[in-house]
Design a protein around this ligand. Structure first.
Ligand SMILES: Nc1nc2c(ncn2[C@@H]2O[C@H](COP(=O)(O)OP(=O)(O)OP(=O)(O)O)[C@@H](O)[C@H]2O)c(=O)[nH]1
Length: 200
């Protein structure tokens, strides 16, 4: 474990790095304030190179990352765990690009594209995230997520999810199909899509 002050566009965080000896994957958490305790505002963010680093509008990952850091900064206390190995909901970067191509060229949705590639729709697991939160002393979390299954997955590793806090990004022409597929096929709680314009 290594911890260092990290100044960001959202103010300074403590970056805490870990090596997951089970998987060999390096992980990092950004921490603001005293997080030992209850109901810590927490984002478990799945790696998305295209959205987080390149600002891709296919998905809303990059905007969620910024919004989560803003929310934690505003609260003055919280944790963002950035999960490497989660790229493409766990299928990896190249497979995700293939899946995006099937959506772009053939009109498949994000679920159909993974299935067409013979890959799981969602292969992510959250053991590392739960371990990091426990190491940081968070006894229960308010989870920034629209995905009900994420909280359930964390609870399976013994973490108390006190509440799920919506992390809604306004839909746009480029991400509306992805967002609708998440709502309709993956049960994400996205009430703000009601009446949103754009292709169905
Ligand atoms: N397979 C696949 N993965 C994608 C696609 N677009 C984004 N992703 C990945 O999806 C992951 C994020 O998962 P989402 O289903 O968007 O959201 P979530 O993390 O389950 O839910 P939230 O907590 O509400 O953000 C990231 O790892 C992205 O790399 C896509 O078209 N296909």
């Amino acid at each position: 474990m290594v911890a260092v002050r990290l100044p960001t566009a959202h103010g300074a965080f403590r970056a805490v790095g870990y090596l997951d000896r089970r998987t060999g994957v390096e992980q990092v958490a950004l921490v603001r304030g005293d997080v030992a305790g209850e109901k810590v505002l927490t984002r478990i963010h799945s790696e998305c190179l295209t959205g987080d680093a390149f600002g891709s509008m296919h998905c809303e990952c990059g905007e969620q990352l910024a919004a989560a850091l803003r929310a934690i900064a505003d609260e003055g206390r919280g944790i963002l765990v950035y999960l490497q190995g989660h790229e493409g909901r766990g299928i990896g970067l190249l497979a995700k690009l293939r899946a995006m191509k099937l959506q772009e060229d053939d009109g498949l949705d994000t679920v159909e594209a993974n299935i067409a590639l013979g890959l799981p729709v969602d292969a992510r697991e959250y053991r590392a995230a739960a371990g990091i939160l426990q190491d940081l002393g968070a006894r229960s979390v308010r989870l920034l997520s629209n995905n009900p299954r994420k909280g359930e997955a964390l609870e399976r590793y013994g973490l108390d999810v006190a509440e799920r806090v919506p992390l809604l990004v306004p839909p746009g022409a480029e991400n509306i199909r992805y967002l609708r597929a998440k709502r309709e096929r993956l049960d994400h709680d996205l009430p703000h899509l009601d009446g949103a314009p754009g292709p169905s």
